[in-house]
Design a protein around this ligand. Sequence first.
Ligand SMILES: Nc1ncnc2c1ncn2[C@@H]1O[C@H](COP(=O)(O)OP(=O)(O)OP(=O)(O)O)[C@@H](O)[C@H]1O
Ligand SMILES: [Mg+2]
Length: 254
Amino acid sequence: MSLLDIRNIHKTYDNGEEVLKNVNVQIESKECLGLIGESGCGKSTLARCILQIEPIDRGSILFKGTALHNKSERLLKPYRKNIQAVLQNPASALNPKLKIKESLIDPFQQYGSQIDMKHFTYPSERGFIGQLLEMVELPSNLADRYPHELSGGQKQRVTIARAVSIEPSLLILDEPASSLDVLSQASLLTLLEELRERLDMSYLFISHDLSAVQEMCQRIMVMKRGEIVDSFEKERLFCEERHSYTKELLSLFE
Ligand SMILES: Nc1ncnc2c1ncn2[C@@H]1O[C@H](COP(=O)(O)OP(=O)(O)OP(=O)(O)O)[C@@H](O)[C@H]1O
Ligand SMILES: [Mg+2]
């Protein structure tokens, strides 16, 4: 059974535009699946549908075999703990009025009773926050600062630490590095790779950047205007059998 199994989903926004068309995606345990496609093709919409932030028109989203769509918020809570996200814009991800330590502890306070902690310990709030900051290679004195006192890269690391603090099985990464400079991007991706191994997570890694996807992911899906047009093991990226659109994307990176 796949960790996440998306079958034939369709999504239309209120303006009548069908943004996702018969999308099928399977993500296996501990796998990193890449999703690429040009701006506006529907990648973030898919992420929001998986996170149950947006409802789907039809189709199904199963997590470890249990349907997530059409569930009440109460029944969804254990699944929300298991599917966390780091979304496109780090600036809006952290509440500007909360100190970093308050943002970091928030998911644990919400879901603590449901966590069977395998990777972190909770000796005290301070000790727990120290572990999280160390894990994302940030100094412990950032705990008492506010988001505006951090760089974009540091904010993104805090967002990642917060998302993994409750030990989710699946992390959705929507362009996690796109707002950073090239060097910060590379070190953030290296950190994410290490964390996936260390914390036994699966990733859905969304990016425009084919080289980042190729480095991070075992399998790649290509989306065009709301449809998955190609799907393959990353070793087969350069094979003749690739969809013409994948080849077009590839040519942009040469
Ligand atoms: N809340 C919304 N209401 C109506 N239309 C929307 C909404 N969000 C996105 N769209 C439209 O849905 C389409 C897909 O948008 P989406 O944000 O999923 O694309 P994307 O692949 O993530 O693009 P990018 O790479 O630029 O982030 C676009 O045409 C967009 O205008
Ligand atoms: Mg997007």
